[in-house]
Design a protein around this ligand. Structure first.
Ligand SMILES: Nc1nc2c(c(=O)[nH]1)N[C@H]1C(S)=C(S)[C@@H](COP(=O)(O)O)O[C@H]1N2
Ligand SMILES: [Mo]
Length: 360
């Protein structure tokens, strides 16, 4: 299937299913990532749903199971907007693959992260209309796209806690940056879970289930889990299920490997921390960490959005490594080395970003 409306310089990791990220310089251009540059992450063939035939069912531990058309969803609940960054748990995996190979996974760079303004209704309002019963601890989502990599092959799904699902920020969205959602981003309606890994923002959602346990879907029980480095034969439920996005940052300009002029250079990047954390400080070093320049943080456009940053540093002639490190509002600092965060599926590489330039 062709993927309409994407920049032609997207870095395509896989054509079918479509997996692609913008170049670092394209990502650095805007605080709100244009849809044509927004990364795409798909585990199966994208479904093309007829918006008039689409129905959302809400079932499980509810007093009044619902079946909503798109019109009922749009007309039955107040509309809300949230600017939120989506970050795939596999973002920056290439840095882990450089430590030790991770077979069968895409070598994502920094671009499996993008930010948009999402419009829809609060998931909380829809759950309230259904009447959540006492004992509901998780809200599970299911979509129609079948993922061949799942064992057994099954429709994509996942879950979040009932607390997160009833928060003010979790949406059922039909618009992205003021335009109707496109098929690659989940048309007609997707879940948007700000502050959680992208995997929980289920696209093409068709079923929402209130339950007293996490989803047993492959992408909740087996994938998107942080396994110990020495795990050889993982079973469902092993390791840590990923939800909140850990503090992370990367350098977007100059390009890794670029030839630049020695002297004053502006370094651009992003930093992001999920859920109740925000980014508080970013530093840049061009001398292996002996000296650091504190970066200027661009405006925090929403509590759920990344922060772009810039730092002006003096780059000496020769081959120079540019390093960055970020702190969040809980005073956590990114881990220094990718070696210490390597894990079998290659998730959450939040080690200090390092690029190498040649200055003349
Ligand atoms: N139905 C469905 N939803 C999905 C996925 C998927 O494959 N199928 N991929 C998830 C993952 S892993 C991520 S990171 C985000 C990516 O959203 P995007 O393609 O709009 O950038 O969607 C999530 N929602
Ligand atoms: Mo993802």
């Amino acid at each position: 299937m062709d993927v309409p409306g994407k920049r032609d310089d997207m870095i395509v990791h896989q054509q079918e299913p479509y997996n692609a990220e913008p170049t670092p310089s394209a990502l650095a251009e805007h605080v709100l990532t244009p849809v044509r540059a927004f990364y795409g992450r798909n585990h199966g063939r994208m479904p093309r749903l007829d918006p008039l035939a689409w129905r959302l069912s809400v079932d499980g531990l509810v007093d009044r199971p619902l079946e909503l058309s798109l019109a009922q969803l749009r007309e039955g609940f107040p509309h809300h907007e949230v600017i939120a960054t989506l970050q795939c748990a596999g973002n920056r995996r290439a840095g882990l693959m450089a430590v030790r190979d991770i077979p069968g996974q895409h070598p994502w760079g920094p671009g499996a992260t993008s930010t948009a303004r999402w419009t829809g209704v609060r998931l909380a309002d829809v759950l309230a209309a259904a009447g959540l019963r006492a004992g509901t601890t998780y809200i599970a989502f299911e979509a129609p796209d079948v993922a061949p990599e799942a064992d057994p092959p099954q429709p994509y799904g996942g879950s979040i806690t009932a607390a997160k699902a009833t928060s003010a920020e979790a949406l059922l969205a039909w618009e992205m940056n003021g335009a109707p959602l496109t098929v690659p981003h989940g048309a007609p309606v997707r879940v948007v879970v700000p502050g959680h890994i992208g995997a929980r923002s289920v696209k093409w959602v068709r079923r929402i289930t209130a339950q007293d346990h996490p989803s047993d879907n492959f992408f909740q029980a087996s994938a998107y889990r942080l396994l110990p480095a020495d795990t050889s034969d993982p079973r469902p439920g092993d390791g840590v299920a990923l939800s909140s996005v850990a503090l992370n940052s990367d350098v977007l300009s100059p390009d890794d490997g670029a030839v630049i002029s020695a002297g004053s250079t502006t370094v651009l990047g992003y930093a992001f921390a999920g859920d109740d954390r925000t980014v508080s400080r970013v530093d840049v070093s061009v001398d292996g960490g002996r000296h650091w320049v504190q970066a200027e943080l661009a405006e925090q456009v929403s509590p759920w959005a990344w922060r772009l940053w810039s730092a002006t540093v003096r780059v000496p002639a020769g081959q120079v490594e540019i390093i960055a490190r970020a702190w969040d509002s809980a005073a956590a600092l990114q881990p220094e080395h990718a070696e210490s965060v390597w894990n079998p599926k290659g998730y959450v590489n939040n080690a200090w970003p390092r690029i190498t330039v040649t200055a003349r």
